[in-house]
Unconditional design. Structure first.
Length: 318
């Protein structure tokens, strides 16, 4: 977790119920960079054992070249999340040659304190050791603002997580959620009459963005819940890219194309970024360079590197 250019970003993160084979089949062909196989809100309690088994089977039989497969487990305050992880990692395997059956990453919801991230990271490290996987190969995406405590704790993330050995290098990104926070607050609306986020929810979004930047990880914008509102989605995407988010959560396959397009640099943007990188290369390691008659410095180089890294999804882990 260091400052500097971010690694290639996952642009689109599509939620799909863990117990629905039909929806999973459609999601696999949606073009999403990552699927979030949900064991939490979209799965009824009675269906949770079946959902865990279905997610484990999908991980076991997945084909090469598809989207990354992540799992949203239950909240870290109870027992269910540990049982979720054990179920989807499956029984201990004795040969690495059998392939990676673990998820590429885990989405941790309703986080209220940095210590909960540390506990989840420790559990993942133990499972990786048991299954012969590289330490840190199962990444974490944290939904950081679903509880009032979680929003208030975000400022503690950078100092706390930089010293948590199991979490270092494992944390892939932060995202923010408004639905559960709204329920916890008893808020009657999240947007004002003009469509702008009200102060509290704008604070949640901005604090998530700042914490992710401080940690040097991806900031993922939250869901646009009205999946038939294409204009509203485009508006949120423009705002997200403008402000520094590098991806967005999706709740429907029809949202994926717009999200991928929004977070893929245009040819003009890539060409300009390449010229900035070339100018610094020509400057022989100097901290400043000249381009088109103006001075550019290290922040311009970092932004250019981020543009070039955002050209598409990285290869699937494992």
């Amino acid at each position: 977790m260091s400052e500097g250019p971010r690694a290639a970003a996952l642009r689109s993160w599509l939620f799909v119920p863990g117990d629905s084979e039909r929806k999973q089949a459609r999601a696999l062909t949606s073009g999403a960079d990552a699927l979030i196989l949900d064991l939490e809100d979209s799965v009824a309690a009675a269906q949770l054992p079946a959902a865990r088994a279905r997610v484990a089977e999908l991980l076991r039989t997945r084909a090469d070249g598809g989207p990354q497969l992540w799992a949203r487990i239950n909240a870290p305050q109870g027992r269910l999340w540990r049982e979720d992880l054990k179920a989807i990692f499956g029984p201990r395997r004795t040969r690495r040659a059998s392939g990676r059956h673990a998820p590429d990453g885990v989405v941790l919801p309703k986080v209220s304190a940095a210590a909960e991230i540390g506990r989840a990271a420790n559990q993942l490290a133990a499972l990786e050791r048991i299954h012969g996987l590289a330490r840190g190969s199962t990444r974490l995406l944290v939904i950081a603002t679903e509880t009032p405590q979680g929003l208030l704790a975000l400022a503690q993330y950078p100092p706390a997580l930089r010293t948590a050995r199991a979490a270092a290098g494992r944390l892939a990104g932060l995202t923010w959620g408004a639905e559960d926070l709204s329920a916890a607050l008893g808020a009657r609306a999240k947007r004002d009459a003009a469509g702008a986020l009200t102060f509290t929810f704008a604070l949640a979004r901005t604090t998530c963005l700042l914490a992710a930047a401080a940690l040097g990880i991806q900031a993922i914008d939250g869901v646009h819940t009205e999946f038939r509102d294409a204009a509203g989605l485009e508006r949120e995407l423009a705002e997200a890219r403008r402000d520094g988010f590098s991806g967005k959560l999706a709740i429907h396959p029809d949202q994926v194309g717009a999200i991928n397009a929004a977070f893929t640099p245009t040819e003009q943007e890539r060409a300009h970024a390449e010229r900035i990188v070339a100018a610094f290369a020509a400057a022989g390691g100097a901290g400043v360079a000249s381009l088109d008659g103006r001075m550019i410095d290290r922040p311009h180089l970092i932004q250019a590197q981020q543009v070039l890294a955002a050209g598409g999804a990285p290869p699937k882990e494992g």
